[in-house]
Design a protein. Structure first.
Length: 299
């Protein structure tokens, strides 16, 4: 295929996409319908709201990613091969070899880029599913008067972040960070389904780390400071790390950190298992400020 034909093919593709999007915009503009609810109506955020939106954006952009990953190497090959005849005959074979090498290199880069984006989307969906699991195990607490909020949007010094779950009840305020991690090969002497918390770090079948512990503690400090500012009352906030799908065994030490670690199955019993420290009025005040943050889901 000559360079002229290649440019024509690319131009036709762009013209087709422009026409298709123009028709779609015109059809939406011509509709004389409106939403059955008010334009300012907003829902509370659901569990994993941020993760789900990122996954949906990836699915919506999938055709574009496929077109880029598959089309760019081919376009480079066609363009480079189209210039072959512009070289002297004794250099044409060498230029063709260069074109093939560039194609192979760009193909590998594009394939790895697309695979990385796909894997990232899979990890996001795994995280979303894990937050859904935690939300289901928190649901029974609502029957006991607890207020539960998910994917709470926050901001600290201009940096935006989200708290996976916040539970507010008579025994206090709990910040829950959910980490959903895949199981893999275990070291000798370790079970592939168990994680140990020694009070300072997590001991996984493959090694040790603090993944999620420090994050939960930072979130708890931020929430305590924010509630002090917004409701004028200093409230203790307990950080917790939940690990869906893992059997959690505790081996606390004397210098145990503030964060607690558990499988989400135990949350409905673990959270209410303390003394009453918040009055109904305090619970409602905290819930009101959290609901104002979380009621931002638009159609």
């Amino acid at each position: 295929m000559s360079l002229k034909n290649s440019l024509f093919a690319v131009g036709y593709f762009l013209f087709f996409m422009l026409c298709a999007f123009t028709m779609l915009w015109w059809q939406m503009r011509q509709r004389k319908t409106r939403k059955p609810f008010g334009a300012d109506f907003k829902l509370l955020r659901g569990p994993g709201e941020t993760q789900l939106k990122i996954c949906q954006e990836f699915e919506a952009n999938m055709p574009l990613w496929v077109a880029i990953a598959a089309g760019l190497p081919a376009a480079l090959l066609v363009a480079l091969a189209g210039w072959t005849k512009s070289f002297p005959e004794n250099l044409q074979l060498g230029w063709l070899a260069v074109s093939i090498v560039v194609f192979i290199a760009s193909f590998i880069v594009a394939a790895r880029w697309f695979a990385a984006k796909t894997q990232k989307s899979h990890n996001r969906y795994l995280g979303y599913f894990g937050e859904r699991i935690v939300a289901e195990h928190l649901e029974p607490l609502k029957q006991q008067g607890w207020r539960i909020f998910h994917d709470v949007p926050c901001q600290n010094n201009g940096a935006k972040f989200n708290i996976d779950h916040i539970a507010v009840g008579p025994t206090g305020v709990f910040v829950l960070e959910t980490k959903t991690r895949r199981k893999g090969r275990a070291r000798p002497g370790y079970d592939d389904h168990k994680v140990y918390f020694d009070g300072r770090q997590l001991v996984w079948p493959w090694g040790e780390d603090n993944h999620g512990l420090e994050q939960a503690e930072r979130n708890a400090v931020w929430l305590a400071d924010t509630l002090k500012t917004e409701i004028g009352d200093r409230v203790h906030v307990t950080p917790m790390l939940t690990l869906p799908g893992w059997w959690v065994e505790l081996k606390p030490s004397r210098d145990s950190r503030l964060c607690r670690v558990t499988n989400p199955k135990g949350l409905s019993k673990l959270l209410p298992a303390g003394g009453t420290i918040l009055s109904p009025q305090q619970i409602e005040a905290i819930a009101a400020t959290l609901e104002a943050r979380c009621r931002d889901v638009e159609f």
